[in-house]
Design a binder for this molecule. Sequence first.
Ligand SMILES: [Zn+2]
Ligand SMILES: [Zn+2]
Ligand SMILES: [Zn+2]
Ligand SMILES: [Zn+2]
Length: 417
Amino acid sequence: MSVDMNSQASDSNEEDYGVNSEEDEEDDDGDDDEEDEDPGDIADYYEGVASDVEQQGADSFDPEEYQFTCLTYKESQRVLSEEVNNVAALLKVLPAVAKLVLVHFHWQVSLILDRHLTRYDGVGVCSSPLFVCAPRYLFRDYVESHFQLQLCPGADCPIVIQVEEPRARRVQCSRCMEVFCFKCRQMYHAPTDCPTIRKWLTKCADDSETANYISAHTKDCPKCNICIEKNGGCNHMQCSKCKHDFCWMCLGDWKTHGSEYYECSRYKENPDIVNQSQQAQAREALKKYLFYFERWENHNKSLQLEAQTYQRIQEKIQERVMNNLGTWIDWQYLQNAAKLLAKCRYTLQYTYPYAYYMESGPRKKLFEYQQAQLEAEIENLSWKVERADSYERGDLENQMHIAEQRRRTLLKDFHDT
Ligand SMILES: [Zn+2]
Ligand SMILES: [Zn+2]
Ligand SMILES: [Zn+2]
Ligand SMILES: [Zn+2]
């Protein structure tokens, strides 16, 4: 029996059984019921993390690992047709009816069978009043209603991503290479969850005027006041004149930056603000938003600058290989380091909207601690990648390992929906 999924006319949206129904939205909100359990002493907690890094095989666990398949238009049609035919046979109804039932239940066959069995009293699923007026659907509607399928958001891309277990995870289209979150089809956003990233991106778009003045490419050296331009991704700056090491973000001395961990990335809220005037509260809210936005934006810029570093590394390797200074395999670790740096910084960028919306409390404290640890190791890695010639391969690889472990630790504890 053949089921045509794409021949429906454009009057297909008479009823919306789309994938974004209320019940689905609720699943996404994993963040709201977060418990503020006491993480205990942060230093103690961190002891454990540090020993994890040493542990053999700690590498094998990646909290972002996710299985998915890229289906062509034909393949996804086949998947849908098979399910329609199966359900039609099981419920003893026409394929057209099975399609409606499937769309209504987001193609969760087990759910349909449960309902069918419990209602097996002569009435049956198919005669429910829900299906009296039969809406007509397009192929796109079928895919969108399916809990395990998602259309690639790439421009005019026909690829459909298929997963076993739908989650807010990173998937990549094999055709147009678009990377996105399986659940919400936006830019991938771990550790932030889907509703929160939507809220944050909307806020950034609404407040773009306010935030514009922030994008400074130059700052003055906090020691000798010479104007310094930032042309690399690393936020550990060194003044070309007085050699002072400082942080681009907070202008703090780099020597103490590592030990005063979250002073740079953590926003210190004013605890007395509730007792102050509305105006003061509005000013405080704006200050807080700009603090997070500035860091979000700065890491985004660093990502772009580090992409240029990656290009330069590629060219350098090419040049060395051409001049018989080793093979590609000998130099590939440089490329891997730059790739890992991008992956870590991407996660770091998305920790800022997460922290912005987080309620104060011990859990936020732990989050900020881990965020600062990740940030410190990423800047160390970026510093070494930009100066790869001055560092041993082992040194660079060790730094990669530490940064990746910090990233995984943060995601393990804070990214799960
Ligand atoms: Zn695509
Ligand atoms: Zn998402
Ligand atoms: Zn200086
Ligand atoms: Zn800083």
